[in-house]
Design a protein around this ligand. Structure first.
Ligand SMILES: CC(C)(COP(=O)(O)OP(=O)(O)OC[C@H]1O[C@@H](n2cnc3c(N)ncnc32)[C@H](O)[C@@H]1OP(=O)(O)O)[C@@H](O)C(=O)NCCC(=O)NCCS
Length: 177
């Protein structure tokens, strides 16, 4: 990985302009900044990490704490994740996700879920999740995109039920094609 010149740290208020530029660059057809802003505005339960090179934000990942009724501890949803096109395929996405999973392990998070391309998240250790259901039913052919992993050092517990998340994630459009 050529990530030695990249620093991964928690985001702060000074990163908002850099985040806006990053999301315009990485997702030109999908305005994700309103979701990012809404999640950052939550008082707690969000882990937001930036990858910074030469003072510029070149990557970002968020994790939102959620729960399944009756489970022994919190869970988290990964998303969004973005790496600037000019910095892709250099290990920044992997580094951001790994740093986030380590932080969540220290917070007692039992499982981390994601709705994304299995060809990518499978490389980061995510596997198809069938016991924990997303907020809304997904199209049948999206099944493999709903995945999970266990943070490092956390034992695998059986968890079954529907994931509950805070308000910014209740927008059904975020869960449909
Ligand atoms: C998808 C994305 C986050 C990947 O970030 P990245 O920093 O380029 O990924 P990494 O360099 O850490 O790659 C990690 C591994 O995944 C592979 N990989 C990278 N992009 C991939 C893709 N689109 N599909 C499949 N595998 C991919 C890499 O080759 C690498 O594999 P290896 O370590 O086994 O050799 C980035 O390309 C991006 O932001 N894309 C635009 C937005 C998007 O599609 N986001 C999806 C997440 S919501």
């Amino acid at each position: 990985m050529r990530t030695s010149d990249v620093v991964v740290r928690r985001s702060d208020g000074g990163d908002r302009v850099g985040l806006d530029l990053l999301y315009r660059d990485a997702f030109p057809n999908e305005p994700l900044m309103p979701l990012v802003e809404a999640l950052l505005d939550l008082a707690e339960g969000v882990t937001s990490l930036v990858a910074v090179r030469d003072g510029c934000v070149v990557g970002h990942v968020m994790f939102t704490r959620g729960r399944v009724a009756g489970s022994d501890g919190p869970l988290a949803l990964l998303g969004p994740l973005a790496v600037a096109p000019s910095a892709q395929r250099t290990g920044i996405g992997r580094a951001l996700v790994a740093a986030g999973l380590s932080q969540l392990a220290r917070c007692g998070v039992l499982r981390v879920l994601v709705l994304g391309d299995p060809a990518y998240y499978g490389r980061l250790g995510f596997v198809t999740e069938t016991d924990i259901r997303p907020l809304y039913e997904l199209p049948l052919d999206w099944g493999p995109a709903w995945q999970s992993t266990t943070p490092p050092g956390v034992g695998t517990l059986a968890i079954r039920g529907r994931l509950e998340l805070p308000a910014p994630w209740l927008d059904k459009a975020l869960w449909s094609p």
